[in-house]
Write a protein that binds this ligand. Structure first.
Ligand SMILES: Nc1ncnc2c1ncn2[C@@H]1O[C@H](COP(=O)(O)OP(=O)(O)O)[C@@H](O)[C@H]1O
Ligand SMILES: [Mg+2]
Length: 349
């Protein structure tokens, strides 16, 4: 009988004495899905993962995998592959021996072991380093060994807890591409814990954004970015500008500038807090229609320019694509404008 969801957390709570680490978390993961658990440090990501892995016991609620209650299934019997931030390889074992270790624990025959270790190392492009010790490998290579060790047992579920956080920026980006490609290729259901919003958005089919032991939004990354559930999500998933305005008659006014509201906000009256992403703003010349301001600073980011424009409503971040020209100097008077459909309404915090 095929279960509609592969893994389900149903109203999970976790107390440590008087402290509640997880208030109430419910979500389901589809077979083959790559789900991200995203949130700031201390919001409960690792605790959630540890309960799925079987290293922590929920205080309340139920976890089921393939329709089966996991409560009484010990960690070692859950068929879960784990990779943590610290590589946690055995220093006295070669890459191949590290990968083989999980199989030895499972009484796999030697011939089978050799074959599967070779396959797993090949998957992470490390076949040529099978005989190296961890100290002879870079951080990225060690983390690939850790990944091979998790995959060699052919897990039904792969749990990754900040696996790339110890790597430098460039290597992290390379590994992100590789990890995504590998996950798609082998199709293993995966949960990735990270505090890095760009990493979660780049890798995952859906992201669950956590705050204070709860999930505040679970959605495709682009949807959560485009239509954030609240202030917290809007800020956590990237920069956003606040635009406090006064609405009426399908329009709004802010800082002396009148502008159209999107259809879903057309019937609003009175004070309204709007937000807009930096890449949805345009900078016009002084005197053009728009919200007046002055260029405060300008950072060159290669593919983009990041402007800070000071206005009567505060500073606005504006991301402009680098088209080969440098249109606005620091200190220049400018105007900001935007399309109505780029505006979102936020609940006042
Ligand atoms: N064993 C524990 N005993 C008491 N508090 C804990 C324990 N483990 C985690 N916590 C607390 O639970 C909260 C969530 O921790 P954690 O899940 O590690 O957060 P994250 O992984 O999102 O950074 C934190 O406030 C942390 O201090
Ligand atoms: Mg953690």
């Amino acid at each position: 009988m095929a279960a509609p969801h592969f893994l389900t957390l149903d109203r999970i709570r976790k107390d440590y004495g008087a402290f509640t680490a997880i208030r109430e978390v419910s979500f389901s993961v589809a077979p083959g899905e790559f789900l991200g658990l995203l949130g700031p440090s201390g919001c409960g990501k690792t605790t959630t993962l540890q309960m799925i892995a079987g290293f922590e016991v929920p205080s309340r609620g139920r976890i089921t995998m393939d329709g089966r209650d996991l409560t009484t299934v010990p960690a070692a019997k859950r068929g879960i592959g784990l990779v943590f931030q610290s590589y946690a390889l055995f220093p006295h074992m070669t890459a191949a021996e590290n990968v083989a270790f999980g199989l030895e624990m499972r009484w796999v025959s030697k011939a089978e072991r050799i074959k599967r270790v070779a396959e797993a190392l090949d998957m992470v492009h490390l076949a040529h380093l099978a005989d190296r010790f961890p100290r002879q490998m870079s951080g990225g290579q060690q983390q690939r060994v850790a990944l091979a060790r998790a995959l060699v047992i052919e897990p039904r579920l792969l749990l990754l807890d900040e696996p790339l956080s110890n790597l430098d920026a460039k290597l992290r980006e390379e590994m992100q591409v590789e990890l995504r490609e590998l996950q798609r290729r082998i199709g293993v259901t995966t949960i990735l814990v990270t505090h890095d919003q760009s990493e979660a958005m780049a890798l995952c089919d859906r992201v669950a954004i956590m705050q204070g032991g709860r999930i505040v939004q679970i959605d495709a990354p682009w949807r959560a970015y485009d239509v954030p559930a609240d202030d917290f999500v809007a800020d956590f998933l990237g920069r956003s500008n606040r635009l406090p305005a006064c609405a009426g008659g399908g329009q709004a006014e802010a800082g002396g500038h009148r502008f159209a509201l999107p259809p879903d906000l057309a019937d609003r009256q009175g004070d309204i807090l709007l937000t807009i992403r930096p890449e949805r703003l345009r900078i016009g010349n002084d005197g053009a229609a728009g919200l007046g301001g002055r260029v405060q600073s300008r950072l060159f980011l290669g593919g983009f320019w990041l402007y800070a424009v000071e206005t009567a409503l505060g500073s606005f971040a504006v991301m402009l694509q680098n088209t080969g020209t440098v249109p606005h100097d620091e200190g220049a008077p400018v105007t900001l404008n935007w399309d109505a459909h780029s505006l979102r309404r936020l609940e006042r915090a």
